[in-house]
Ligand binder design. Structure first.
Ligand code: XMP
Length: 516
């Protein structure tokens, strides 16, 4: 991948043993303005001077299992500060002669630190009784010689330890989850006081470093990039544009599956932002490619292929392009550790873009070290309009995966009207920013209704609004009944062909956010 591994002067290395919380550790460290990277435990990168400390993550495995994830700890211990979290701490204890056994009591959920030795840097300013989050089936019964207990709970004696004469620590709880009330304090103690990181990794620093790096890397070459109207591609394009100006050629395709008025409005914003952007009306091409297709995956494929064709046609009109810009973000590239089935990253099917090999372009992905919320922050620092930076995620295949069954221009039009009333309503009632993602779904069934004296037999639409952090899990939002009632009324009165509105109250898992 021709990405930009933006090496910062300082960083924390997080070694992942497959915990569902590993990405959260990274987010918390970055919230402290300290850059960090996640690497699988079995692919430890070279320990260069910029790495100021290492965090060993948790894991769904037990250190007692044969073949459980293992690491050459001798190569790290004593050379730089080390913090083992849950599995990481048990691995440290077990490897050096301690005893790790199954817990007698299930230790899952909230606990309180009944003993804290705040003389130790890791626990500085932590309060007696501090609530922490436990999630483990094993417990450290005996510590090896030279390991000191520095915190306990009522049922876990070794809640935290330190190895004498070296900056190596282990904690049994998860400081990265918000239920550990002073978890961030503990992580600050580790990365700032123990590792000595200077907390200077900010959006502005990221922007300056990235623009300089892009300039050096791309020089006078030309870059082509597909824009989607979403946050990621817009922020990536703005960064590249800052670096190389008019040599960035953006292509924004109207696939006929966008929200009402979205193509015109977003194209206008892009032009206002000074981007060199070509808008392509390819609606009919997409409708033709989708004709008669009902299967969700087949729809995605048809849309992906049509996009490649349209993008290719446009890119071929440009001369001498060497690079392809992409808005890939960090969760898409973190190599997941598969210890118990596939872990966190399950989004491969989400990338509708992709390009044929024959285009032979090198890829430039300036956001591939950032999480979504960091992308938004960078976008704001770049003065990208809030209408783009603050918008809900929207899937690449657009309304096609919210129209159950086959796609026609007429169905798209109906759904666009419904979606418009819902989204506009959320904005007008100050609810839009409380929702992570919202939209409407056109169901492939009709229901009986009555309007005036007439019986009707028309379409049903579902509304969905979810709260989430990253789309991996989500819960439905408890929108006010009055609001739902008003929107339902408005939809049925104003959208021809719809006589019933339902609200989706399923969480993910087990449901997904999209219906297809
Ligand atoms: P699910 O439905 O899997 O969605 O819970 C999680 C997030 O991913 C988005 N999504 C997609 N995005 N191409 C995309 O670019 C896709 O094929 C696709 N399918 C789902 C979805 O909107 C939500 O934000």
């Amino acid at each position: 991948m021709g990405c930009l591994p933006l090496r910062m002067a300082e960083q924390i290395l997080i070694l992942d043993f497959g915990s569902q919380y590993t990405q959260l550790i990274a987010r918390r460290v970055r919230e402290l303005n300290v850059y960090c990277e996640i690497h699988p435990y079995n692919k430890v990168p070279e320990i260069t001077d910029d790495i100021k400390g290492v965090i060993l993550s948790g894991s769904p495995c037990s250190v007692r299992d044969e073949g459980s994830p293992d690491l050459d700890l001798d190569s790290l211990r004593g050379k730089l500060p080390l913090l083992g979290v849950c599995y990481g701490s048990q691995l440290l204890a077990q490897k050096y002669g301690g005893e790790v056994l199954p817990s007698e009591i299930r230790e899952y959920g909230r606990a309180n630190l009944s003993h804290i030795d705040t003389h130790y840097d890791l626990l500085k300013e932590m309060t007696h009784g501090s609530q922490v989050w436990m999630s483990h089936g094993d417990t450290i019964k005996e510590l090896p010689a030279g390991f000191d207990v520095i915190a306990s709970t009522a049922s876990v004696r070794v809640a935290a330890f330190k190895i004498k004469n070296e900056e190596t620590y282990g904690i049994q709880f998860h400081p990265e989850v918000t239920h550990s009330v002073e978890g961030k304090n503990l992580l600050r103690n580790f990365v700032v006081h123990i590792c000595g990181c200077s907390q200077d990794w900010t959006s502005d620093v990221f922007i300056d470093a990235t623009v300089a790096e892009l300039k050096a890397k791309i020089g006078d070459d030309k870059v082509v990039m597909g824009l989607s109207g979403g946050v990621d591609s817009s922020v990536a394009a703005t960064l590249i544009h800052r670096a190389i100006g008019a040599n960035l050629y953006c292509v924004f395709v109207d696939n006929g599956l966008l929200r009402k008025n979205e193509f015109e409005e977003v194209l206008h914003s892009y032009k206002d932002m000074g981007l060199n952007v070509i808008g392509v009306d390819a609606k009919q091409r997409f409708y033709d490619a989708l004709a008669g297709i009902s299967d969700p995956e087949a729809k995605r494929k048809a849309i992906g292929n049509a996009f490649i064709e349209v993008f290719d046609d446009e890119a071929n009109k440009l001369e001498g392009v060497k690079w392809l810009g992409q808005g890939t973000i960090y969760p898409d590239v973190i190599e997941s550790v598969s210890v118990k089935g596939p872990s966190a990253t399950i989004k491969s099917h989400h990338n509708v873009g992709g390009l044929p090999d024959f285009m032979k372009l090198s890829v430039v992905e300036p956001l591939n070290t950032l999480f979504k919320d960091e992308v938004r922050e960078v976008g704001r620092a770049l003065d990208i309009p809030e209408t783009i930076v603050g918008r809900h995620p929207f899937p690449g295949p657009g309304l096609a995966i919210r129209i159950l069954g086959d796609i026609t221009a007429e169905k798209v039009k109906t759904l666009q009207e419904v979606d418009y009333i819902f989204i506009q309503g959320l904005k007008d009632h100050g609810l839009y920013d409380q929702v992570w993602q919202a939209g409407a779904i056109l169901l492939p069934i009709q229901s009986v209704g009555v309007m005036g004296d007439e019986r009707t037999y028309e379409k049903v639409v579902a509304l969905r609004a979810v709260g989430s952090v990253d789309g991996m899990t989500a819960d439905w939002i408890h929108l006010p009944y009055e609001f739902l009632g008003k929107i339902s009324n408005e939809i049925i009165n104003r959208v021809k062909g719809v006589n019933r509105v339902v609200y989706d109250i399923s969480s993910k898992p087990p449901a997904t956010i999209e219906w297809e």
